[in-house]
Design a protein. Structure first.
Length: 206
């Protein structure tokens, strides 16, 4: 889940940025300190705005200036059971890796679809009965079922695509079209039955 948070921090602005506008130098320093890092609020993606800057403090022997600041940051923090969309970045014999914003999640081969799935030498996962395939670049919708966050590089997400409404986006669109066609056919059958009954009634009354 993406969020814009208002946070407070003491940021170190090095001497190399002193000639910049204060807000710009603080924003650059915040970016250097936070962007790409994992905190309790999630993975920091961008410093959106610097809301307030306190008076600067100089520490003897340190050429930098320290400021107490209030700022807004865009962060990403996955939630259990959250529905996410992404694309396949890698296919392996044990499953498929899905890029979700700043990190990848793993869909184990048993969670790709409600079918027996095998790995193809062409680099895809193939369903035995459905004949559906999954390959690098495919857009998918999945649910987060496991989260392990030690650091950004060691972040692990477990995903499933076996539940209703999940899977490769093309499969979902095909299912929607199939459902519409089935409903249309069902309505046509009802009309045909009604016509036959009406015709029978006319003959009976005639």
């Amino acid at each position: 889940m993406y969020s814009i948070l208002e946070l407070k921090s003491n940021v170190r602005v090095p001497a190399t940025l002193i000639d910049e506008k204060l807000k710009d130098s603080v924003k650059i320093s915040l970016s250097d300190e936070f962007i790409g890092k994992l905190g309790k609020d999630g993975i920091f993606l961008s410093i959106m705005d610097v809301k307030d800057i306190g008076e600067g403090t100089i520490i003897p022997g340190d050429g930098a200036i320290y400021y107490a600041v209030t700022f807004e940051a865009l962060v990403y923090k996955p939630k259990m059971h959250e529905i996410v969309e992404g694309f396949i970045t890698e296919i392996a014999g044990f499953g498929a890796f899905v890029r979700i914003g700043p990190i990848d999640g793993l869909t184990h081969i048993s969670q790709v679809m409600d079918d027996y799935v095998s790995y193809s030498e062409s680099g895809s996962l193939q369903g035995k009965e459905s004949n559906r395939s999954l390959k690098v670049g495919d857009e998918v919708r999945a649910r987060i079922v496991a989260i392990s966050f030690k650091n950004v590089q060691g972040a692990k997400l477990g995903l499933t695509m076996r539940q209703p409404g999940l899977g490769k986006i093309k499969w979902l669109k095909d299912d929607d079209i199939k459902e519409i066609e089935e409903k249309k056919k069902e309505e046509e059958n009802k009309k045909d039955v009604k016509k036959a009954v009406d015709k029978k009634e006319v003959k009976k009354n005639g």
